[in-house]
Every structure is written in C-alpha cells, then in structure tokens.
Design a protein around this ligand. Sequence first.
Ligand code: OMP
Length: 272
Amino acid sequence: MSFLEKLRAVARRNNSWLCIGLDSEFPRLPSFLRERHGPSAVLEFNRAIIEATADLVCAYKPNLAFYEMLGPLGLEILYKTRELIPQEIPIIADAKRGDIENTARAYAKALFEYYRFDAVTVNPLMGFDSVAPFLEYSEKCTFLLVRTSNPGARDFQELNCDGKPLYQHVAEKARQWNTRKNIGVVVGATAPNELAIVRRIVGDEMPILVPGIGAQAGDLERAVKNSVNAHKELAIINVSRSVIFASSSEDFAHAARHAALSLRDEINRARA
Ligand code: OMP
C-alpha cells in the first residue's frame, strides 16, 4: 500500500486531516512522569498520547531531534514509539535530511528500512541527486521543504531568482520530480498566501504538510483553505506542542485528546 493510499484510508476512517507531532521534549514532559521513569518517560508519554488520539489523526510526525537529544536511549524510544502506533496510521519522520547521493542513500535506508517510517522530510537544496535515493522507495513519501514556517524562511526561500521566489522553483521541481507519485511538500501555516501559490503549482495529487498551527500562531482557517486540493483533502495539518503539552498534570493525555478533537473539528469546518 502506498503512503497516499494509507493516508487517505486513515483520513477517511478518522474523518481527520490532523497530524500530531510527537515532539516529546523530555524537559517539557509532566514532572510526575519524569520523576517516575527518568528519560524513559518519553516512551510512556508517547504511549499515553497515542492511545488517547489514534482515532483522531491522519498521521503522526515525530521530530527526530527530540529523540536524538537523549542519545542511544532516545533512538531506542523512537524505534519503540514506531511500534506503539497502529500499523494503519502513517508515520512521518521529521528528519530534514539532505546530503550527497551515497549519504542520502544511507539516510533513506535507515529511515525507511530500519525504522520502517512511511514518510520523511528532506531539505532539497542540494538538488536532485540528494533527493533521488529517497524517491526510489516508491511506496514511501518524501516531503520536500518548500516554504518553511519560521521567520528566517524569508532569508533565502523568498529571494527572487529568475523572476520568482526560490520557494516557487522548489515547488516546480517537486512537481517535475514526482514521476513515482511519492513526493509531498512542506509549507508553513504561517505563510497562507504562499500555501495557495504552492497548491496551484503542485496540483491536486500531492500532499502538503502544513506545520505552524498553535505554538507558531499560524491561522488555521486560512492555512486549511489554501492548502487543500480541489477535493478538500491532502493537506496534512501538523500540530505538536499545543496538543501534546496541552496539560502538564496527570490529565495530560485527556487534555491532548481534547485539544486534538477540537483541532480536528476546526480543520473539518475550514474544509467544508
Ligand atoms: P509546533 O510548532 O510545536 O506545532 O511544531 C512544529 C513541528 O513542525 C516541529 O517538529 C517543526 O520542526 C516542524 N516544522 C516546522 O515547524 N516548520 C516547518 O517549516 C517545517 C517543519 C516540518 O518539517 O515539519
């Protein structure tokens, strides 16, 4: 089953285009969990969040940084987290890779074969040969950073190159390189106008991963309206901190569920 088939099936079943970012930064976890488990609290935290929200999401997106910061134990927790997520729910590894061809091949092998993630984020600025090894996995999806959500996105991504901003060239390349139908793009919710432009460039068959709602204050309604395709789908709205850290007390999983439920419904209202 391809990433797109898996994504659509879960989105339909859960009536959801919400992706929860498992950015489970150890120092931000509820103190009672940290005191009870030490760094392994990250796994217990993820277990509770996944159990509380698995019927409300279209995907999960762990950002590898929050696992790598714990050293080897963090990588073990990442691997085990992968196993906690029901098989039918796609997992996007937010790894933001990008390197020369043989190194990219090793990154792709690690993320797709060892960890068995369904999708990965890649920074495409090193060009096609740095992306190609990921694209060989036709059942997986490679999300290319096009227009990121952070303030510094303007430093390079909006520079005028040959009459248009650099991010638009990247979106055009994403479309050209998508011969296996396994590319997605990343555009921040903080850039709603650019989202609409990118949707026009990439067409209706490509998923757009949209981070920047909640802690980064992107406008959810505009982001959703501008990123969905003609069938009001394929916009994966990622929210991390404002869902998983909705409460820092014993009720944290319940609070995460509550936050996820209202975001899912808000996304659906904006799609309608
Ligand atoms: P919150 O701001 O807590 O919802 O987290 C956003 C998540 O999306 C983090 O894991 C970021 O690394 C990631 N992200 C962005 O915030 N901006 C981008 O432009 C791209 C990403 C990403 O690739 O997911």
